[in-house]
Design a protein around this ligand. Structure first.
Ligand code: GH3
Ligand code: MG
Ligand code: MG
Length: 633
């Protein structure tokens, strides 16, 4: 039910604010009500005390008035006469003159004079005495009527008042009060109005007792109560509103903070580590935010590690691919092996050295990293490995190094692969991995050597060491193409040993072979790096001469011819030497031919002419234009 954060906050708010507030409200309303009633009762009691005081004062005033009347000479005279009318006249006069409310004279149990208001109350009684000392009667005087008294009470106390005599209400400031008995202390209902009342007994006029009540209109109390309650309610409402406002503020801020965390978590889930969760202050939320950001940082660096690992893996896979593609090229293979070894063991640098041919000094063939920084360490470990003919390890001047030899399979070291780094020595795992890699590389290099040998054999003539016919054809094809593209000349020399058959026949086939080898060597020695002399077939040899025109080819042919003629070939199994000569035909693109077939054919034709012309000579091929002429004829 209270699953969401907002509803939990709401529950929390209701529990700690609303419920206590309701309890406080009820208690406060009760307190206000009790307090107002208490105040009302106190007010009534106070009013009663004042009313009693006022009543006494009226009685005292009446006493003063009675004394004055008793001393009045005209009144005394009238009383002495016992004439009822005279006394009454005098009493009426005094009533008016002295603003009295009622005067009565009682004599021998009979009231023979009674003037003024029948409602008069709070009277004083005075005994009238003859000059002789005999009692003539009783004088009763009142200075206030019930109505006046109740008005006076109201003026002085602010409360209503009522006077009852003999069970009947004779005066009241509350109209329509009726004759219900006035309670000593209690509640009185007049029509719909409720009064708090307190009453006391007093002497009325003469001997008649009266009951005087002070009345407090509880409507005022109710109004006060509701005023109090309203004020309390307003304060409570304001308080609740403020609490609600603060709670809303706190809730918003909490929700905003949590919202930020949520957004941060979602960003993380989406793989975005760039924006940290904002942290303010130093409360638990800030701490949580900091922890969150730390966690994100760690996650990011882990991911970065993973990415790097993955990149390394991809790089390795790529290298394996490269290796697969290029393992027939020794230098490319060494390059890959060194780079992989450096990466695999986290080395600072590495290199591969190899000999051109067995016995030659080791030369650097591939390198990775900054080899010069580790020169000493690498040289040192390579020396160790060379010395032992096996894997070596060294650690010196804060540099650790590993080396592994590779050889020809017969134990001769053809090269070394080495790595070095600063700091810690290589672990057993790293060492094993390095030697495994180098071992595998060694096998691959052997394969490369084997492959190179086979390749060489495929294009080489076994007897003379010159290129074979197939390779010659390839070379001429390629060179013709190149000559055409760059518009350069291409010369061709073909030679045929003179009377070779005779050599074979005279000295045997083996001797013939030796002659062939010697002639081949002369041709090779006379050729440049770029020329590829070949055994064209039998005892015919040929060499294509890039960037060489007909004259150039002729020059070379003559040089070779002279050198062959000067050759002294030892006799196999006998004394003396054999001398041979050769005939040459030279041709050139574009002078004597335009294509490959053309070129060979024209050189062949020239050779043929040289044979016919007496051998041991060089003939030029016919120029292309002259050759074309017979076709027209
Ligand atoms: P010419 O001056 O006209 O060229 O005379 P020739 O004797 O050289 O004539 P021909 O071309 O007929 O003879 C070639 C001989 O070369 C025939 C063959 O037995 C021999 N021959 C070809 N290949 C070899 C080889 O590999 N070794 C040996 N010893 N002889 C070979
Ligand atoms: Mg021949
Ligand atoms: Mg020949």
């Amino acid at each position: 039910m209270f699953r969401s954060f907002r509803s939990r906050l709401t529950l929390f708010f209701v529990a700690i604010v609303i419920v206590p507030m309701l309890v406080v409200t009820v208690a406060l309303f009760r307190l206000i009500s009790d307090n107002e009633h208490g105040q009302a009762d106190a007010r009534v009691a106070q009013g009663q005390t004042a009313a009693i005081g006022l009543y006494r004062r009226e009685v005292e005033r009446a006493g003063v008035a009675a004394a004055r009347i008793a001393r009045d000479p005209a009144m005394s005279a009238a009383l002495r006469t016992g004439n009822e009318r005279r006394v009454q006249t005098q009493a009426s006069r005094l009533l008016r003159a002295q603003r009295l409310r009622r005067i009565a004279v009682v004599s021998r149990g009979r009231t023979f004079v009674d003037v003024g208001s029948p409602d008069a109350t709070a009277s004083a009684v005075r005994t009238l005495v003859e000059s002789g000392g005999g009692e003539i009667g009783q004088l009763r005087v009142s200075t206030v009527t019930g109505t006046e008294y109740t008005r006076l009470v109201r003026r002085v106390t602010g409360l209503d008042a009522a006077v009852q005599r003999g069970g009947r209400t004779i005066a009241s400031t509350v109209p329509g009060i009726g004759n219900d008995p006035l309670p000593r202390v209690g509640t009185l209902h007049v029509d719909d109005t409720e009064f708090r009342a307190a009453s006391f007994s007093a002497r009325g006029f003469g001997d008649q007792p009266v009951r005087v009540a002070v009345l407090y209109d509880t409507e005022a109390v109710s109004a006060d109560i509701s005023d109090g309650r309203r004020l309390a309610a307003i304060i409570l409402v304001v308080f609740v509103a403020l609490a609600f406002g603060f709670a809303l503020l706190v809730s918003r801020s909490l929700q905003a903070q949590i919202g930020r965390f949520l957004a941060g978590a979602r960003r993380l889930a989406g793989g975005d580590f760039s924006t940290p969760v904002p942290t303010q202050g130093n409360d638990e939320f800030a701490e949580l935010g900091q922890e969150f950001n730390t966690m994100a940082g760690q996650l990011e660096s882990r991911l970065e590690d993973l990415r790097r690992e993955r990149a390394r893996l991809q790089e390795s896979v790529r290298r394996i691919g490269e290796t697969a593609a290029s393992n027939l090229d020794r230098d490319a293979l060494l390059e890959i092996v060194v780079r992989t070894a450096v990466d695999a063991v986290s080395a600072g640098a590495g290199r591969a050295t190899a000999r051109e041919v067995p016995g030659a000094p080791l030369k650097q063939r591939a390198a990775a990293g900054h080899v010069r920084s580790f020169h000493e360490a690498i040289r040192g470990v390579e020396a160790l490995s060379l010395e032992s003919g096996g894997p070596a390890e060294s650690e010196r001047d804060g540099h650790a190094a590993l080396a592994h030899p590779f050889g020809a399979g017969d134990g001769t070291v053809l090269g070394l692969i080495s790595v070095a780094r600063e700091g810690a020595a290589f672990s057993a795992d790293e060492r094993d991995l390095f030697h495994y890699l180098a071992g595998q590389a060694s096998v691959s290099i052997e394969n490369v050597d084997l492959h190179e040998l086979v390749q060489r054999q495929a294009v080489t003539d076994e007897l003379t060491g010159l290129f074979n016919h197939r390779r010659f054809q390839e070379v001429v094809t390629a060179e013709i193409e190149r000559a055409r593209r760059f518009e350069q000349p291409l010369g061709l020399v073909i030679l045929d040993i003179d009377d070779f058959k005779l050599v074979n026949d005279t000295y045997g086939h083996q001797q013939g072979d030796l002659v062939l080898q010697e002639v081949g060597r002369v041709l090779k020695d006379s050729s440049r790096e770029i020329d590829e002399p070949a055994r064209y077939g039998g005892e015919e040899l040929a060499v294509a001469l890039p960037q060489t025109d007909l004259d150039g080819a002729h020059l070379l042919a003559e040089r070779v011819r002279t050198a062959i003629a000067a050759l002294e070939i030892p006799r196999l199994g006998g004394e003396g030497v054999i001398k041979v000569t050769a005939s040459f035909g030279v041709a050139a693109v574009p002078e004597t031919a335009s294509g490959k077939e053309d070129l060979i054919a024209s050189a062949d034709a020239a050779l043929y002419r040289a044979k016919h012309a007496g051998k041991n000579r060089t003939e030029r091929a016919e120029p292309a234009a002259r050759k074309a002429a017979p076709a027209i004829e």
